[in-house]
Design a protein around this ligand. Structure first.
Ligand code: FES
Length: 82
């Protein structure tokens, strides 16, 4: 059975299942936008396989991380730009 992973999104404590990607965890929490376009429109995961870069978030102060390519881990700090 997958373990619960505790981490933060924009400073709020949340949990996800072990083995989920950050993008999937965001979607399960009802967070559909992970960043904003240059014109300010909210953007969110599109391809789910690392190609479109629409799922970029900041993780542990590292910007431009593709949320669909990173599994959640205990204590990580995710910051969305949306
Ligand atoms: S959803 Fe397309 S790169 Fe992550």
């Amino acid at each position: 059975m997958p373990q619960a992973i505790e981490f933060t999104i924009n400073g709020n404590s949340v949990s996800a299942r072990e083995g989920q990607t950050v993008a999937a965890a965001l979607a399960n929490l009802g967070i559909c936008a992970s960043r904003r376009s240059v014109s300010g429109e909210p953007r969110g995961p599109l391809c789910g396989m690392g190609i479109c870069f629409e799922c970029e978030v900041t993780v542990d102060q590292k910007p431009h991380v593709r949320g669909c390519q990173l599994l959640v881990h205990q204590g990580m700090k995710v910051q969305t730009g949306a």
